[in-house]
Design a protein around this ligand. Sequence first.
Ligand SMILES: Cc1cc2nc3c(=O)[nH]c(=O)nc-3n(C[C@H](O)[C@H](O)[C@H](O)COP(=O)(O)OP(=O)(O)OC[C@H]3O[C@@H](n4cnc5c(N)ncnc54)[C@H](O)[C@@H]3O)c2cc1C
Length: 224
Amino acid sequence: MECENKPAYCNRGSIQAPGERCVNVEMVEVHPGDQKLLAYLYNAKPPHATPFEFAGMVIEVQAPIMVYREWHRHRTQSYNEMSGRYAPIPDINYLPTYDRLLQVNEQKKNKQAGAIKDAPPFTSEDAGEFIEDLNILYNMEEAFYQRWLTRGAAKELARLPVGVGRYSRMRASTNLRNWLAFLTLRADPAAAWEIQQFAHAIGKIIEAKFPRTWKLYCEGRIGK
Ligand SMILES: Cc1cc2nc3c(=O)[nH]c(=O)nc-3n(C[C@H](O)[C@H](O)[C@H](O)COP(=O)(O)OP(=O)(O)OC[C@H]3O[C@@H](n4cnc5c(N)ncnc54)[C@H](O)[C@@H]3O)c2cc1C
């Protein structure tokens, strides 16, 4: 997780702590008093976390379906995904890089990211062949899809061979507290590398839009 303390700059939005005056949480002109209160709410034991539920973000994401499978486990976010029943899914597929493929040799501590037991070391040559094979499969998959779309099969059935490497598009919405909980789980090195990249990107957005909460998150408790 990349957490850096940046100067706070805000221009819009506020939240109200229960029984408190209106707290300028983020995107508002920064009042030093609010910053103190914000830190108090965030760091209290137990934390007064609900004020952080009054700010939020909707983001649009294009990601491989394999990433959505993990992402959609976060049941408390709201989602809307492009429907392959209304329009054909664009032919955009995820091809891992050599470096990504070779990470498998460094995953001794993270079983989920490793190879099967007693598998041989995975070489650069293997990585090259893997990418070639995957490309062939993606092309076959798309050829099937297009053939049966043009022959009049239902869109929802023509897509059957489309795999988890295909990119889809969705909107995801949740409040700031919950985005931080998402980052705690998915920016962690134990998470799959692909979803980690999306989590880091969301961290950058939060840092830009909610700099004071980001600073508290980097230092503190909620979502950790
Ligand atoms: C590294 C990693 C590996 C994983 N591996 C697997 C795996 O192998 N297989 C697999 O199936 N999943 C796996 N998961 C998914 C994981 O089990 C969670 O489903 C996912 O991280 C969402 O977390 P969450 O439930 O906290 O989020 P949300 O669903 O957004 O829930 C947020 C919080 O709300 C509360 N909550 C939500 N729903 C309920 C409920 N029904 N009952 C009680 N409390 C609820 C909980 O407090 C929860 O923490 C993995 C996750 C990670 C990060």
